[in-house]
Design a protein. Structure first.
Ligand code: SIN
Length: 485
């Protein structure tokens, strides 16, 4: 049972055009607590007509909202941020209940989510244009920035609040309006944010949250000529389908897709820092982030010491329900996620990997997988080719820098990469040689609102957060003023 100070933050309804809606009133989607498997609540399964209503109200709101000054838009975002901080504990409890992450991590995610509202609340005032020296004396050339229009945002279950504000805040700051489809596993965090957005003064229709069947809602959003932009975070497989479908109406698209992050430890690394960075990168959200280290590449001279220290740290982790004191690791999101991790570990073991810790389910509940350390991992094992999305460290030994780089880049993904070294020249060489959009050098925690988050290759395109994030939601219009006397 959730014990909230503000019970009204927990809504079993969608939010369409500024009104709480139960759709047709009799088709619902259950939402479960992954730590217990018990049903937490339900949200309505909206019809295509409901989604079209949300799009129409976003379009009507856009006509007015685009006229607001950047300062006025920013003020709403900043107010929304302060309301989120005021209700941080309630929001974190809702998140832990639907997502499973430990309460402290959920509180950290609320801070992370707030940071995007604050950042883009400020940036709303800085959507600058340009003046360009014209080739003819009687011309003046300027570039103005204007909002893209109605945007669709599709967010994942691993960061139920952080990914919402990372998309919605720059869109609203730029003057766009948004129809958001949260992941079916974690709709309640997004809905709670709407309660606070409304209180912060966001006009009706500027943000809708639609719940229900992913395929039907996705089709309504993608096929709409009114929706001019799609921002999606999720799997590469779904991202490819959405990208192809967006061609039908030539939408602007940003995709934050899967990753297969290498985490390289060179012989000259600081061992303490490397172990600490490995824990931060691998075990955040029980290994369920796109930027989690997926492949640990460890040089022969430091390999055994690194594995021993990391295994010791992993054995000290406390797995359990996110609301229990001292818990550092929660469950996987559902049974399918658990079975995927089991399959990858079984495949690695059958091909010669050794288990130093874990390697099996954890008794804390139905979707818990014990934190695991595997060594003797090779690139013939599926665990090095697929995104694990679970608390498993898979270690491969290498001999020299060239081999490490070849292994690291041997993936179709290109989101994040990490490496540890104390050699300055190597740090520059390796940074430049890694084919990834984000590189952590002697650092395992790279996510922040101030830096551009996004991948290359099949990890997608477009940047989220930072001063570049708002570019995804604005168009540059070239204006040529002629015959100036
Ligand atoms: C993600 O997993 O999609 C986002 C992770 C982050 O923002 O750090």
């Amino acid at each position: 049972m959730l014990k909230l100070q503000r019970a009204d933050l927990f809504r079993e309804a969608a939010y369409v055009g500024g009104e709480w809606s139960t759709g047709n009133g009799h088709t619902w989607v259950p939402v479960h607590n992954p730590a217990t498997g018990a049903q937490l609540g339900r949200v309505p399964s909206l019809t295509r007509a409901n989604v079209e209503e949300a799009i129409a109200s976003a379009n009507a709101a856009f006509a007015q909202y685009r006229q607001w000054t950047g300062k006025a838009r920013g003020a709403v975002l900043l107010k929304w941020a302060s309301l989120m901080l005021e209700h941080k504990n309630d929001l974190a409890q809702i998140m832990t209940a639907e997502q499973g992450k430990p309460l402290r991590e959920a509180q950290g995610e609320i801070d992370y989510a707030v940071s995007f509202l604050e950042w883009f609340g400020e940036e709303a005032k800085r959507v600058y244009g340009d003046t360009i020296p014209a080739p003819r004396g009687n011309q003046r050339i300027t570039v103005i920035r204007q909002p893209v229009g109605v945007c669709a945002a599709i967010t994942p279950w691993n960061f139920p609040s952080g990914m919402v504000t990372r998309k919605v805040a720059p869109a609203l700051a730029a003057g766009c309006t948004v129809v958001l489809k949260p992941a079916p596993q974690t709709p309640f965090s997004a809905l709670a944010l709407c309660v606070l957005a409304e209180e912060a003064g966001l006009p009706k229709g500027a943000l809708s949250v639609v719940t229900g069947d992913a395929v039907e809602i996705g089709a309504a959003l993608i096929e709409s000529e009114t929706v001019r932009k799609l921002s999606f975070t999720g799997s590469t497989a779904v991202g490819k389908k959405l990208m192809a479908a967006c061609a039908g109406t030539v939408k602007k698209v940003s995709l934050e897709l899967g990753g297969n992050a290498p985490f390289i430890v060179f012989d000259d690394a600081n061992l303490d820092q490397a172990v600490q960075g490995a824990i931060a990168s691998k075990f955040r959200n029980a290994g369920q982030t796109c930027v989690c280290a997926n492949r640990f590449l460890v040089q022969a001279g430091i390999h055994d010491a690194f594995v021993e220290r990391l295994t010791q740290a992993v054995r000290e982790m406390r797995m359990g329900h996110g609301t229990e004191d001292g818990v550092t690791l929660g469950p996987l999101i559902d049974d399918a996620a658990l079975r995927k991790v089991e399959r990858l570990v079984a495949d690695a073991r059958s091909k010669g990997a050794s288990v130093h810790a874990g390697g099996e389910r954890h008794p804390a509940g139905p979707s818990f997988y014990a934190p695991t350390v595997l060594t003797d991992v090779t690139d013939t094992m599926s665990i090095t080719q697929e995104e694990i999305f679970g608390p498993v460290v898979a270690v491969t030994r290498f001999t020299d820098e060239a081999e490490a780089l070849t292994l690291a880049n041997a993936t179709r993904y290109g989101l994040a990469a990490y490496f540890y070294t104390s050699d300055l020249n190597r740090s520059i060489r390796v940074t430049e040689a890694l084919d990834f959009g984000i590189v952590g050098v002697n650092e395992g925690a790279i996510s922040t609102e101030v830096a551009p988050f996004g991948g290359v290759k099949e990890s997608g395109f477009g940047k989220e957060g930072s001063r570049y994030g708002i570019d995804e939601y604005s168009e540059r219009k070239y204006v040529c003023l002629g015959n100036v006397a």
